[in-house]
Design a protein around this ligand. Sequence first.
Ligand code: PGA
Length: 238
Amino acid sequence: MPRKIAAGNWKMNATASDLDQISALAVTHANTTIDILICPPATLIAQAAALNGPIRIGGQDCHSATSGAHTGDIAAPMLAACGASAVIVGHSERRSDHGETDAMVQAKAMAAHAAGLTAIICIGETLAEREAGTTLQIIDRQLAGSIPGGASEANTVIAYEPVWAIGTGRVPTLDQIGEVHAHIRAQYPTLAILYGGSVKGSNAADIFAVPHVNGALVGGASLRAADFSPIIAALESA
Ligand code: PGA
């Protein structure tokens, strides 16, 4: 059974005054039985990782190289050195804002592995692709192109995030989530598979009851402990 993971992606939000949200989660979930991960902006990783408690800290992206002339980028060993244990790669916002291809995402995941980080590799179809009936083909292409050969349950998590559900309040039906998760599970029997896209306290328990959903990657509802905590609790009791 893959481990359960509640991961929060803070995206380009938060400054040091928001670190108390992580402290609050650490108190409420001090004895948690699952993996809780917060991926704050890179500017907060070192401070967040220095907080005591069960909350793991991750990056939101890394470069595929270990160092060099790449202005504005962050290398995976740098994330590890300031206390991150994981990094999100291939988020749809990186794929669309920065033109990241499957090959680039795969190279980033390999860099994460080499640095000892868990790579949370994101995949998901657009609304046009779903409406064209090509969702599973898109998922297969992204899996084949983005997941490195060395992926194992120790270093890789897959996040299925339909692009049209991210930040929109639109959530796929439970059957739609289940279809894609079962499809991924057939190819990756041991990896944790997270669902992402408009997860909230009010829908988390239903989503976590879908077979092969091992947790969630949460954007907006991870910013405040009061919103994220019920999602964590739903996963703890799933
Ligand atoms: P959302 O974002 O929860 O705000 O929809 C999810 C994500 O982008 O990981």
